[in-house]
Design a protein around this ligand. Structure first.
Ligand SMILES: Nc1ncnc2c1ncn2[C@@H]1O[C@H](COP(=O)(O)OP(=O)(O)O)[C@@H](O)[C@H]1O
Ligand SMILES: O=P(O)(O)OC[C@H]1O[C@](O)(COP(=O)(O)O)[C@@H](O)[C@@H]1O
Length: 324
């Protein structure tokens, strides 16, 4: 069993334009779609599509979110509270343009109380213990009211169980997760270039430019610094430039296959799922990296938050190079 925990689920609304977005103008959408989303929900959905037993745990939901999830057949478990009434699961809006450019506006979500945070923590740990989970994935931004070090607290509580843990978050929650190392060490982090720059004091634009030019030296150095602080696998995703993996066995780079980009929403989550799918199948690190990139790129080629299943994923198209 693989468990994901989404502290701040979302209804993902995708608004498609048939012309470039123009700030300050009135534009008409050509289509609008909605899906149940949030990082852990997406990871579990990809795992479930690939026939892995996975459960998406949420700290809260509402009836609209549950109905959307049921339509897309994601198996949910609610570990916190059901926030119907005046509170709602947030709506995250993505605007897609014909050339594949996506603009995302993510809402903060409802405020959680200390009691709701504590109850969710207990439930995540209890479900992981009960199911003998091999991986627990803690994913996404934190809702207002949640402590920035919430994921670090859960990581510490999961340590005695011996399961692998992935953390994929941003902003203050990401800083707090790293600040808790090495005491709250874990198995996988998946920063993109912005998050890597935030954590290591680097320059995201410089990381991206050098990656596009095929030079990932500075990215490997930054990822190695994170690995040395207590994260076994540092998977840096680089959009269309692919990804880099650093772990105790070495460092690898993978280029992304050429695709027609439809929407990158869910690409990072699909990369996390692709890595874990290969890991639980006992694959070597280079194959885990190839799987992460193949799943991420497959997601980027699909519209909205549509997530890839094995039929859309072409791992053999991904070229991996060993760097160290
Ligand atoms: N333009 C693109 N072309 C091909 N693959 C892409 C593109 N954008 C994203 N991907 C795939 O999705 C993965 C994750 O994308 P990235 O943008 O780095 O993550 P995040 O969504 O977390 O910021 C990349 O490693 C790559 O495999
Ligand atoms: O919790 P956050 O950081 O606001 O992100 C939530 C959003 O990210 C997504 O999980 C997509 O993430 P990725 O594009 O990074 O894979 C959406 O489903 C959701 O709307």
């Amino acid at each position: 069993m693989i468990i994901t925990f989404t502290a701040n689920p979302s209804i993902d609304r995708t608004v498609a334009l048939d012309a470039p977005l123009v700030r300050g103008e009135v534009q008409r959408a050509v289509s609008v779609s909605e899906q149940a989303g949030g990082k852990g929900v997406n990871v579990a959905s990809v795992l479930q599509s690939s026939e892995r037993e996975a459960l998406a745990l949420l700290s809260f939901d509402d009836s609209a979110f549950t109905a959307l999830g049921a339509r897309h057949k994601v198996a949910f478990g609610i570990v916190g509270v059901t926030v119907d009434g005046p509170y709602r699961v947030r709506v995250n809006t993505t605007i897609t343009e014909p050339d594949g450019t996506t603009t995302k506006i993510n809402e903060p979500g409802p405020r959680l109380s200390d009691a709701q945070v504590a109850a969710s923590t207990d439930e995540v740990v209890r479900r992981a213990r009960e199911t003998g989970a091999t991986w627990v994935v803690l994913s996404g931004s934190l809702p207002p009211g949640a402590p920035a070090d919430w994921y670090a607290t859960i990581v510490r509580r999961l340590h005695p169980l011996g399961c692998k843990v992935a953390v994929d978050t941003s902003d203050d929650a990401l800083d707090a997760t790293i600040a808790a190392l090495p005491g709250a060490s874990f198995s996988l982090i998946k920063p993109n270039s912005d998050e890597l720059a935030q954590l290591t004091g680097g320059d995201a634009a410089a990381f991206e430019a050098s990656a596009r030019a095929g030079d990932v030296g500075a990215i490997v150095d930054a990822a190695t610094a994170l690995h040395d602080r207590g994260i076994e696998n540092v998977l840096v995703t680089l959009g269309g430039a692919g990804a880099v993996l650093v772990n105790s066995q070495g460092a690898w780079q993978a280029g992304a296959p050429r695709i027609e980009v439809r929407s990158t929403v869910g690409a990072g989550d699909s990369s996390v799922a692709g890595f874990i799918l290969a890991d639980v199948a006992g694959r070597t690190p280079d194959r885990c990296l190839a799987s992460a990139v193949a799943y991420g790129s497959a997601a980027a080629s699909l519209p909205g938050t549509t997530l890839p299943g094995p039929a859309e994923v072409h791992v053999d198209d991904v070229v991996v190079t060993r760097l160290a």
